[in-house]
Design a binder for this molecule. Structure first.
Ligand code: FUL
Length: 699
């Protein structure tokens, strides 16, 4: 009998369990939701922009439309090299400037003569879009197109005829090159241009002129899976800067009706609109160099690893995607320097996310929806982004705790909401139990598709994530915890005009070691701790060393000549005298320039005492738009500022393309005064500019 009751009770319990389980439903979706095509786009995360077009050959950022197709002539164009690079860098696709504002088309459009078909490249038989789409197929990349609405070449720009042309070209691009994942429309618009020879200014109404409804129909009809990028989407929105960052608070939502191409309050796009009416997530577009297009002078300005790492965390780590631009050069190749940095970034990110510590931890939560396995906590560590953890209805605050067997070092937390049901969380913090005490590590607002928090390494026995504010029950598909290694980058070594040498690394856990006797530095060499004085000619050999894993950078050799403490600029042919300290402040970033037309600008410096000179250095103006760079010089020396002897005269070869420090040696002479004269200035500019002047002494 007893056995009978037992079976009945057991049966009852099983029924109850089955009944309860069936009762646990998915939470209701909340707010605007992403479409299937947007969800596929979210998965892309990191993809390349390629700016390559007429501007590559004219050394411009914006051509005015009067360029001739004959100027487009890459010598080694190889789209497979682009695709291979992009794939190896860990990116999932590429968007190409099929047509930029100057109107030149990289494909042989049947609607214009202003295209590759009239260029010398492949005798007019080439098609860059075709080459790229084949290369993308080969390397498993998705392809997108940038088609500038503004066209400074087209004679009918501003009239309805141009809009027909724009739509026709869009159809052509969306028909002939396979699947397109994103169509990119730039906000820059209207203004001066060539316009078929009219050379005038034309204004259009950004909201109405291009007939965006028709554009949408064309894209949806021909490429239903493509998202449309614009200031206000409708598929993906601009992030409101071209520097590669979103705000920490970042909603994938916009009040769509308010935002149009060329939106004035574009800074709002960095956070989106919390009360947005549509799902329109942010994309961070940024170039690996200062410019979007290739300029040889920017070969020395490729973004550093630490800058790229910051960009990664401030875009992908802040609920946005990263569209990183590679300015393909005039050979038609991604430049070696850019590849080097791309791969450095890839390897660093791989190291940062090498070992997920959440996987080995015990996980508990304050609430699990219906205690049902469908919403179990394992879902946040199971690598399946389609499963998620969530809470009972009306429970919008909850905590998830990870407990380690032994205290564990952590400096990254990665979180993902299950966005198919909407973006819900608007407040969370991370706490750590350190030596038995709980400490708040970070307090933040939104999560979205992906959020990564970076913080100083802590050793914790538990990590707790508290959802403190959610618009509806939180749904979390993924949580990862990492201990990323310190970022090992070359140290920056600077000396100021007083001879004070300062060394710095981006990560404070990295050590700097150096020698001053010409030997190779190792981690056993003198460790840098605070600034020191170098007044006499000295060669420093420097490395950065990571004590965590014993890795170090390749030694850098830095030469400092006599310090400039006693120097004075005593005469300049024009320009402000009280600004002349910028010539000798040992800071190449500060620039001094002459003010007016100065046929042969010159600068006289008093070195304070006599030295045996055997050369001089000239650092041209740095920065994005330098001017006044000396191309032909004359350098003289004097004991008394009266009798002058010309020590060297000539040309700074290639200085326009490569504005780096120029080092000119001459026969030794004793002198206290030196004079640099600009005989010719780059581009025939009337002004003369100086980033820095130095001397090389004999010792
Ligand atoms: C801008 C354009 O004007 C730039 O030339 C570049 O194409 C960039 C991606 O978008 O607004």
């Amino acid at each position: 009998m007893k056995r009978f009751y037992f079976i009945i009770i057991l049966f009852g319990l099983i029924c109850l369990l089955v009944f309860c389980k069936q009762d646990v439903k998915e939470p209701k979706p909340y707010g605007p939701l992403p479409s299937e095509r947007q969800l596929a786009w979210h998965d892309m995360e990191y993809y390349a922009f390629i700016h390559f077009n007429m501007n590559t050959f004219t050394n411009m950022e914006w051509g005015n439309g009067a360029e001739s197709p004959s100027q487009f002539n890459p010598t080694e164009l190889n789209a497979r090299q682009w695709a291979k690079t992009i794939k190896e860098a860990g990116m999932k696709g590429v968007i190409i400037t099929a047509k930029h504002h100057d109107g030149f088309c990289l494909w042989p459009s049947k609607f214009t003569e202003h295209s590759v078909k009239n260029s010398p490249w492949k005798n007019g038989k080439g098609d860059v879009l075709k080459d790229l789409s084949e290369a993308c197929k080969e390397y498993g990349l998705k392809m997108g197109i940038y088609l500038s609405p503004w066209d400074r070449n087209h004679a009918e720009y501003g009239k309805p005829e141009y809009v027909t042309y724009f739509h026709d070209q869009l159809r052509e691009l969306l028909t002939n090159y396979g699947d397109i994942f994103e169509v990119w429309f730039d906000g820059a618009n209207g203004g001066s241009g060539y316009y078929g020879g009219a050379n005038e200014t034309r204004k259009i109404d950004n909201k109405t002129y291009y007939q965006w409804d028709t554009v949408l129909e064309i894209v949806r009809g021909l490429q239903p899976n493509a998202v449309i990028f614009g200031d206000g989407g409708p598929g993906v929105r601009w992030v409101g800067n071209e520097e590669g960052w979103a705000n920490e608070t970042n909603w994938s939502l916009l009040r769509q009706k308010e935002v149009y191409p060329g939106y004035q309050k574009y800074k709002e796009l960095r956070s989106g609109h919390e009360d947005g009416t549509h799902w329109i997530p942010a994309e961070c577009d940024v170039s690996i160099r200062p410019g979007w297009y290739y300029h040889p002078s920017e070969d020395i300005q490729v973004k550093t690893l630490s800058r790229l790492v910051d960009i990664y965390y401030q875009s992908i780590g802040r609920n946005a995607s990263l569209l990183l631009n590679l300015p393909v050069d005039f050979r038609g190749l991604v430049h070696e320097k850019d590849i080097e940095q791309l791969m450095a970034l890839k390897h660093q990110i791989e190291k940062d996310f090498a070992h997920d510590l959440a996987k080995g931890a015990r996980v508990t939560a304050t609430n699990i929806r219906g205690n049902h396995s469908k919403f179990k906590l394992d879902n946040v560590i199971d690598d399946d982004h389609k499963t998620y953890w969530t809470t009972d209805d009306n429970v919008t605050t909850a905590s998830i705790t990870f407990e380690f067997d032994v205290p564990t070092e952590i400096n990254r937390v990665l979180l993902q909401e299950y966005i198919s049901l909407g973006q819900r969380i608007n407040g969370f913090d991370v706490e750590a139990e350190i030596d038995g005490n709980w400490r708040t590590i970070d307090t933040q607002s939104t999560i979205g598709a992906k959020r990564i928090l970076r913080f100083d390494t802590i050793e914790a026995s538990k990590i707790r994530i508290n959802i403190t504010n959610a618009k509806a029950v939180p749904t979390i598909s993924n949580i990862e915890l990492y201990r990323a290694p310190s970022l090992l980058t070359e140290p920056t070594v600077i000396r100021d005009a007083k001879g004070r040498v300062t060394m710095e690394t981006v990560d404070k856990n990295i050590e700097i070691h150096y020698t001053m006797d010409g030997t190779n530095p190792t981690s056993k060499s003198k460790k840098y701790s605070s600034p020191f004085i170098v007044n006499e000619p000295t060669t420093l050999n420097v490395i950065a060393h990571n004590p965590e894993n014993n890795q170090q950078t390749i030694p850098q050799t830095i030469y400092f000549d006599i310090s400039k403490e006693d120097w004075k600029v005593v005469q300049v042919s024009s320009g402000k005298l009280d600004d002349t300290y910028k010539i000798i402040d040992d800071n190449p970033k500060t620039t001094w320039t002459t003010e007016k037309s100065d046929e042969a600008g010159e600068i006289i410096i008093d070195l304070g005492r006599k030295h045996q000179l055997q050369g001089f250095t000239y650092m041209p103006m740095q920065g994005r738009w330098p001017y006044g760079i000396i191309s032909h010089y004359e350098f003289s020396a004097s004991i008394d500022n009266k009798d002058w002897r010309i020590m060297a005269k000539g040309e700074f070869g290639n200085i326009k393309s490569s504005p780096i420090e120029q080092i000119i040696k001459f026969n030794t002479a004793k002198a206290r005064y030196v004079k640099l004269k600009g005989i010719k200035i780059v581009d025939g500019d009337k002004r003369l500019s100086v980033g820095e002047i130095g001397v090389i002494t004999k010792h």
